[in-house]
Every structure is written in structure tokens, then in C-alpha cells.
Ligand binder design. Structure first.
Ligand code: G1P
Length: 898
């Protein structure tokens, strides 16, 4: 296995022999909807969505199994056929011998370059691939073939790319029948398929999409077209042949079709052969290949005019590199250059998740490109830091998914703010869903200072699901639409604050038999899905509790800043607010409160509003928040036989506590530790105990740090499907990067900098060590039992990592529009007493340099003085909102620590 090296400060890296690691894939995409995955031997796929795959969809196992790839052959007289991408039967057979080609990968954000050299053939090839950051749906590849021998080399070049051109569902749903829909044309520089119909879950419809594979070669004066073609797979590979041993290539015969022919109803390959090439020593010949989409033949011709030249390829490549680098507007400079470079990829990952959703990379072979509710809100966290201008409207729109019973729509449409009723009527409530919008909204207000955002309005979602998934509203029908109506049939709207209160107050009363919020369908951990009746999540009860208290603080700020003493809420909400605190202790009475409220808003709502005093509201929210904290502290603190202590996080479907001493050994889950720390439920003393217990039971350096749970050694069907997974994988005890990062975040928030650093650093060190993690730079979803990074790129962990490093480790934070510095960097993170970060803050590009001349550790230093653009600002740790308002495009800030 080669080693991975960064070659600049922008994440560009090289890697020798990437073909000796299986399951590698790399994303290439643009904002026009192109989504490619590419492997070191140019496998992978290309799609616009679930129904429009240009190359056959691949799951991780197909990466070594498939013979279909973006192949490019040269047939050298007297020597035979060499695949410049490494995909020939011969090269496969030589892989573990000393005849193996030399392969080197160089890649940066959204571009991928492979150099392959064969001594036997005396040739080398440099293959550069990217998706231009334009409005076009096209992937481009440039292949430069060089003669490394002392003599002349003559070869025949053939492009051979199998084209799939249909819906992913047709892989095992009429694969053959759908090939009969193909209308396939050879044009002067390519092969184009325009299927007549599409057969997929949407029914049988007329197809509008043109799929194309185009190629040209450099000639004496202009680019040269292919000479012959073969669009029919079975003909090209020949009887008994395959894509790694295709008949026409192996026999070095001209292909049987010319430009301007049509062959219909077959599996298609874009096989295109060029005239023979003769290369003198050191001479090269260059080819450009485009794989793309259009809505007409004309669109396809335009793609070829625009992109099939070396100059245009190079120009668009440079533009694309710049485009993405500009978008990544957060960067760090610390003593650990590797970490700074790795973070560059982490910062980029949320952009990938916006493009790909949670689908469409080889491990992510599920879903149809959409994102879930939780992901929707968490992806906004990164967006808030990197592209804040877009977020305000997005947040308001997203609140339109909340139901009046505090639950939310779970099918999210493709348009912003579009939520769809579940036609299958599957009733599933994830109990954590109500908590995330608040975290995102709080960050938005802190960063922007836009406190009035709390009073922005939107409608509520309506479908037959009512009473937190327990009942159906039989009066509702499709014709009524998916917006909540009032008794008068008007669309009912409420403020952002009202939506968030609705989510938290309903949850507060929705408790199980230990007076913690019911687990219902699951919480953050999707795998905890088998305790719908009696399950409770102490972990997320803690988070709701923390949010209630923080919401009170926000409402106070609102009142102070705007002078408004009241906020407007739905009249029905008084049922949830005006409740005697003694009820909090009584599970039955809590249920009465909840169900009488749910009954009121079951079908329609009065539409009447009441003004509630901010001070009174704060008192109620604080009371609830404190009640939750005390209840958890009093009832869930565990002491194990070994003398360790932590919080129990769950109750199973038998009503039993999940954490603690068991016959099979100690059971500990990290989630409750994370949220009791984050929400302030855990006292400082308890945090010390928790970290000791986590270090004892969950820490495993070999897999990158803190596991989700210990091995329960039981398929615990009274809690969730995750216990069916082998231990150490995914939600069953892997280091799940999202939760590990939130653990770090919580520790930093509470001032445990060394412990927080330990979480992040172990994870980073592991991921960044290619030999053990087997992934390109970035944070994957989880680390497998064998240490491999899994489900790379599309993970919510990246948003949280970005936020944790910027807001907590570097401590650059918004405080209702003011800019606060609360660094928690350790002494060893400073280079010559300095560490710096560049990021956006309220429209200004800020560069912050911390000066720690005495080289003190986090906790030992405080902010002494701030300078802005060389001018002394003052002895404070915060730049006031009105002074931030005076920033121009850029601000250079020096923060002296003492
Ligand atoms: C995934 C899901 C996320 C869920 C988590 C744990 O995490 O996207 O919603 O909470 O699994 O089950 P991710 O892929 O974002 O790391």
C-alpha cells in the first residue's frame, strides 16, 4: 500500500499504487446535477438522479466485480492490447506480480488524475477526469499517451465505455426489456442513446434524455474524430469475450460501424476506434472524452463543440479547480499541517452532501438522493458558516415540515421547503427530530445577530398523521393539501419560535414510564428501532432539556434587543404552557396535557393567537429545562461494579435500563454522555467520571477513538436492529464519526479542551493514515472493526467537525452578531506561538491570528487584547456587533492571549 502525501495547502494529494487498495472511489460532480464516482481504474458510475444513470449504477461490491468501466485501449503492434485504465484481463492477472503497471494518483477537490506506466508496452498514460463547474451535465477525461521507449511505437486507440442509460431500478427490474427501448446512433464523434420510453417506478413514460459518449484525438491541425464504431455490446465483446477481453480490440480489427448509423434495441457500448497512431520517442498523443447528457441531439453536438479540445479541457479544469477552492472559505494554519489539509476536505464534504444527498456513491447505494429531516437541518450548520446568505430562507422553508403535534414530515421533496405525505401511511416518529431545528436556528441567530428571525412566519405540515403518530385524522384528505388549515379553512401560519416551542413542549409531555421522552420510532441512532412501545431515550431527553433552557435565553435576548415584551403564539399552546409544575412529576398527568392539546389541533386549529409575556415564557421554559436536568441526574447516574460512573441512555421495550453491569459484561452507550455533557445536565465532576468511563469502555485507538457502545453480546430485539449487525460495525459499536465529533463538541463546550482534542485528534490521525483507514482524505461515516473508513464523503460528521473545529477548538463564535473569541487550542497546536483561521463572518472574510507568546495551554490563557487591521481594538474577547458592522470585505484580526 502506498502512502498518501499532501502536496499543497489545498488538500491536493498524491498516492502511489491506489489500485492496490480495493473499494476506493472519488466524487466528481457539479451544481448542475452531474454526480460521478470514479475509481483508480476508472470504474464507478455517472448519474443525474435515480432514474437517469449514464453508466451502470455501482455498489461497493461492484467496484471489484464489474468489468464495465470507462475503458480506453491501445493495441500495440507485436505486443497486444493494453488498457490505459488497467482494465484488461492481462493486467488483472499481473496485479500481484512484478509485471504490474506503476500507478500513481494525484487528486484535488473535484479532480482526479491517474498516471499509469507499463514497461512491457513502453507507454505511459496520464488520465485526468473532472466535471466542469458549468451548467452542463458532462464529465470530461483527458488521456495523454506517451512513448517511453527509444524507438517508434505504433498503436490503435479504442475507447470502450458501456452505457447504461436508464433507471437504477432496471438493474433487476427488466434489465433486458429496457435495453429494447434503446435507440442508438453513431455520430461523427460519438455514440448517443435516446431511449424511447422510461420504465421505472413512475410508470412507462416517453423519454426525453439523450445520453452521449463523445471522443476526439489531437491531430496535426485539428482534433480528429473516431474512424469506426461499435455501439452493440454483444458484437463488440464477441462470443465468449467480455469488457476486459473484447473481441474487436484483441483481434485489432476495425469496428463494424461508421458515423451516421442507427442500431436499436441492444445493450450499448460506446466503442470508438481512432486511426493508427505512431509515436516517436517521448512523443505524446492526447484524447478528450466527454460523457454527458442533453435534451436533444443539438445539445449533444454543443457539448462536443464546447469541450472536445485540449485547450478547452485545460481551461475548464483550471476554472473548476478555482471554483471549488473559492467555495471552501474556511481554512486553518496550525502546527499540524496534515490536520489543516485534512480539514480542507472535511470542510468540502458538506457541499458533496448537498449535491449527492445521502445516496449515489458506492457505499451509499440506498435512497433516491433525498435527505432525511435530521440531515436537512444539520447540513445547514455547515452552510451557515460557508454560504450564510442562502440559509435564512432555507431555514424558514424547512420549518414548514413541522406538524402541529411537534412531529414532522419525513419525506422531503426535491424543492426547498417541499414536504410530501407518506402515501404508504407508515407512521414513524423519530424522537430526536424536534431537537435539531433549534440547534441550527440558534447558530444562525448567534452568527448573524438576526434575532427578529424568531418572528418570521411559515405554515405547518398536515397529513393524516396526528397525536405524535398514534392516531389518524380521518377527516383529512388529499384535496385539502399538505398545509395545516384553521377552522375557517385558511392556511395557518406561526412564527419560527412557535414552531420550535411546539416541537419541544410536545416532546416534554411525551414521556414513557420513567418520565423520559419516549424513543418511539428511533432517535439519532436509526438502528434503535424496536422499542416503540416502552422505549425511552434519556440521551435526547437531555438535549431537549438543554434546548429549553437555551431557548429561554434567546427569548430574553429577543425581548431586550427589540423591546417587545410579548410573543405571539397559537392559543392552543397555552394548554402546554399553563401547567402546574407538579404535573412534571406525574407521567399520567403529562399524558393528559399532551393528548388534550393534540385533540385540539387534530384536524384544524382555531387560528386564534395569544400574546405571551417573554418573562413568563422564560420562567416556564427554564423550569422545564431544570426539571429534566434534575430528573436525569437523580435517576440515571450509574455506578458500575468496577467503580466507573456515567449516565444510562435508554430504556428498552421491556422498560429496562440499557446501560450498566450485565451478565454479558458492562453495557455503555456514548450518546447519553454526549448530550448530558452538551446540555449541561452533567456536572463538571460527572464529566470527569464520564470521560474516565468512556476511556475505559469505549476508547479504542485502533479504530480511531470512541465507539458508540460496548459489545452487548445479544441480538437485542427489544431495542433495535443495530444489534443484528456484527459488533464493531456501523451503529453497533463502531466509531461513528458523527457521534464522536459531537462528543468532542460537547467536551469543548464545557471547557474540557484536552479531552475534546483527544477525540478529534485520534479520529483525524486514524482517518489520515491511509494505510489503516484505506480512504482518501476526509471524515467517513464510521470506522469499521478492521479500522477501515466506511461510507466516505456523505456524512453529517463533516458539518459537526467543521463547526467544532471553528467554533470550539478555534473558538471563533458569533454571539448574536458580535464576534467572540474563546480559543481552546492546546499549546502544541500553536506554531511559533501562533495559530490562525480564515473564515466568513457576517459577509466579511476574516483572518484571525491567535498569538500565544508564552505557549500556554488551553485553560491557562485568556484573551488579553484584540487588534483589527493593525489597530488596537481593546482589552476584550469580543468585537461588538456595531463594530463588526463596520468591517469591509476583509478584516485582519490579531488576538493576543495571555
Ligand atoms: C447516518 C444518517 C443520520 C443518522 C446516523 C445514525 O449518519 O445520515 O441521519 O443519524 O446515520 O444512524 P451520517 O451518514 O450522516 O454519518
Amino acid at each position: 500500500m502506498g502512502s498518501l502525501k499532501y502536496i499543497d495547502k489545498k488538500g491536493t494529494f498524491t498516492l502511489d499504487n491506489p489500485d492496490l487498495t480495493s473499494y476506493m472511489y472519488f466524487p466528481l460532480a457539479n451544481e448542475a446535477g452531474m454526480m460521478s464516482a470514479i475509481t483508480p481504474d476508472l470504474g464507478g458510475d455517472i448519474k443525474l438522479d435515480q432514474n437517469t444513470f449514464l453508466l451502470e449504477p455501482v455498489s461497493s461490491e461492484n467496484l471489484h466485480n464489474n468489468k464495465s468501466s470507462r475503458n480506453f485501449w491501445v493495441y500495440v503492434e507485436g505486443k497486444g492490447a493494453w488498457s490505459v485504465t488497467g482494465r484488461s484481463a492481462m493486467q488483472q492477472a499481473q496485479l500481484f506480480t512484478d509485471k504490474k503497471d506503476d500507478v500513481k494518483l494525484t487528486a484535488g477537490i473535484m479532480w482526479h488524475e491517474i498516471e499509469r506506466k507499463s514497461d512491457e508496452f513502453g507507454l505511459s498514460a496520464k488520465i485526468t477526469s473532472f466535471v466542469p463547474s458549468t451548467d452542463d451535465k458532462v464529465e470530461l477525461t483527458k488521456i495523454v499517451i506517451t512513448n517511453n521507449t527509444e524507438g517508434e511505437v505504433e498503436f490503435t486507440p479504442t475507447v470502450a465505455i458501456p452505457m447504461y442509460a436508464r433507471s437504477a431500478s432496471n438493474i433487476r427490474d427488466h434489465r433486458h426489456v429496457t435495453s429494447l427501448l434503446h435507440r442508438t446512433y453513431t455520430i461523427k464523434d460519438g455514440v448517443v442513446i435516446n431511449p424511447t420510453l422510461t420504465f421505472d417506478e413512475r410508470g412507462h413514460n416517453l423519454n426525453k434524455v439523450y445520453y452521449a459518449a463523445l471522443a476526439k484525438m489531437t491531430g496535426f491541425e485539428k482534433m480528429v474524430n473516431p474512424e469506426s464504431f461499435c455501439p452493440v455490446t454483444e458484437e463488440f465483446i464477441g462470443n465468449g469475450g467480455n469488457f476486459e477481453n473484447p473481441y474487436y480490440v484483441m483481434k485489432n480489427m476495425p469496428l463494424p460501424y461508421k458515423e451516421g448509423e442507427e442500431v436499436d434495441g441492444y445493450e450499448t457500448v460506446a466503442a470508438m476506434q481512432f486511426e493508427k497512431v505512431t509515436l516517436m520517442p517521448k512523443q505524446s498523443r492526447t484524447f478528450v472524452v466527454a460523457l454527458g447528457y442533453g435534451e436533444s441531439m443539438n445539445d449533444i453536438n454543443e457539448l462536443s463543440k464546447k469541450y472536445l479540445s485540449v485547450e478547452e479541457f485545460d481551461k475548464y479544469l483550471e476554472e473548476t479547480k478555482e471554483f471549488w477552492q473559492k467555495k471552501i472559505n474556511v481554512s486553518y494554519s496550525s502546527a499540524d499541517k496534515e490536520f489543516d489539509n485534512w480539514m480542507h476536505w472535511v470542510n468540502f464534504q458538506p457541499m458533496l452532501r448537498r449535491i449527492y444527498g445521502c445516496s449515489f456513491l458506492p457505499h451509499h447505494d440506498y435512497g433516491k438522493g433525498g435527505r432525511g429531516w435530521r440531515d436537512l437541518w444539520q447540513d445547514c450548520l455547515a452552510l451557515l458558516i460557508m454560504e450564510p446568505a442562502k440559509v435564512r430562507g432555507m431555514l424558514i422553508d424547512n420549518f414548514g415540515g413541522v406538524r402541529l403535534d411537534g412531529t414532522n414530515a419525513t419525506i422531503i421533496g426535491s424543492k426547498q421547503g417541499e414536504f410530501i405525505a407518506d402515501r404508504n401511511n407508515i407512521t414513524r416518529v423519530w424522537m430526536d427530530h424536534g431537537a435539531w431545528p433549534y440547534l441550527t436556528t440558534e447558530l444562525y441567530i448567534e452568527q448573524s445577530g438576526d434575532i427578529e428571525f424568531l418572528t418570521e412566519k411559515n405554515a405547518y405540515f398536515k397529513d393524516p398523521q396526528v397525536c405524535r403518530g398514534e392516531q389518524k385524522d380521518l377527516e383529512w384528505n388529499d384535496a385539502q393539501g399538505n398545509k395545516q388549515l384553521t377552522n375557517d379553512g385558511e392556511v395557518y401560519e406561526g412564527t419560527v419560535l412557535e414552531h420550535m416551542l411546539m416541537q419541544h413542549l410536545t416532546s416534554f409531555y411525551d414521556v414513557g414510564e420513567h418520565n423520559h421522552i419516549r424513543l418511539r420510532g428511533a432517535d439519532w441512532n436509526d438502528g434503535l428501532d424496536m422499542a416503540d412501545e416502552r422505549g425511552e431515550s434519556v440521551a435526547f431527553t437531555a438535549l431537549y432539556g438543554g434546548n429549553l433552557g437555551n431557548m429561554a435565553k434567546l427569548i430574553k435576548s429577543y425581548a431586550d434587543m427589540t423591546g417587545n415584551e410579548t410573543v405571539e403564539l397559537a392559543k392552543e399552546m397555552l394548554l402546554l404552557l399553563n401547567v402546574d409544575p407538579t404535573v412534571y412529576d406525574s407521567i399520567d398527568e403529562k399524558h393528559e396535557v399532551l393528548y388534550s392539546y393534540c385533540e385540539q389541533v387534530k384536524h384544524s386549529v382555531s387560528g386564534e393567537k395569544v400574546n405571551v409575556k417573554c418573562t413568563e415564557l422564560c420562567t416556564i421554559l427554564n423550569r422545564m429545562s431544570q426539571w429534566i436536568a434534575e430528573h436525569i441526574r437523580n435517576t440515571e447516574w450509574i455506578k458500575s461494579k468496577d467503580g466507573y460512573s456515567w449516565f444510562n441512555g435508554y430504556y428498552d421495550n421491556h422498560g429496562n435500563a440499557v446501560d450498566g453491569d450485565f451478565e454479558s459484561g458492562v453495557r455503555m452507550m456514548i450518546t447519553a454522555q454526549v448530550f448530558t455533557i452538551m446540555a449541561g445536565t452533567a456536572t463538571k465532576e460527572q464529566i470527569k467520571d464520564i470521560t474516565a468511563a468512556a476511556d475505559k469502555y469505549l476508547y479504542d485507538e485502533k479504530v480511531g477513538g470512541y465507539r458508540l457502545n460496548t459489545d452487548f453480546k445479544e441480538v437485542k430485539t427489544d431495542l433495535g436492529r443495530l444489534f443484528g449487525f456484527a459488533y464493531g460495525h456501523k451503529e453497533n459499536g463502531a466509531v461513528f464519526c458523527h457521534m464522536a465529533t459531537m462528543y468532542a463538541n460537547a467536551l469543548y463546550q464545557r471547557g474540557f479542551a484536552k479531552e475534546g482534542y483527544q477525540v478529534i485528534n485520534t479520529l483525524f490521525k486514524h482517518c489520515n493514515d491511509y494505510k489503516v483507514s484505506g480512504i482518501y482524505p476526509g471524515v467517513p461515516e464510521y470506522i469499521s472493526q478492521r479500522g477501515r473508513g466506511m461510507y466516505h464523503y456523505l456524512t453529517g460528521a463533516a458539518s459537526w467537525m467543521l463547526l467544532t473545529v471553528l467554533n470550539e477548538m478555534y473558538g471563533v463564535k458569533g454571539e448574536i452578531g458580535a464576534l467572540k473569541f474563546k480559543p481552546k487550542l492546546l499549546a502544541k497546536q500553536f506554531e511559533n506561538g501562533e495559530a490562525s483561521v480564515s473564515c466568513m463572518f457576517r459577509g466579511t472574510n476574516i483572518h484571525v491570528t491567535y498569538k500565544n507568546g508564552m505557549c500556554k495551554d488551553a485553560g491557562d490563557y485568556k484573551v488579553a487584547v484584540i487588534y483589527i487591521d493593525g489597530q488596537r481594538y481593546g482589552e476584550t474577547d469580543t468585537i461588538a456587533k456595531e463594530d463588526v458592522d463596520k468591517f469591509g470585505d476583509k478584516a485582519d484580526i490579531v488576538v493576543v492571549l495571555q
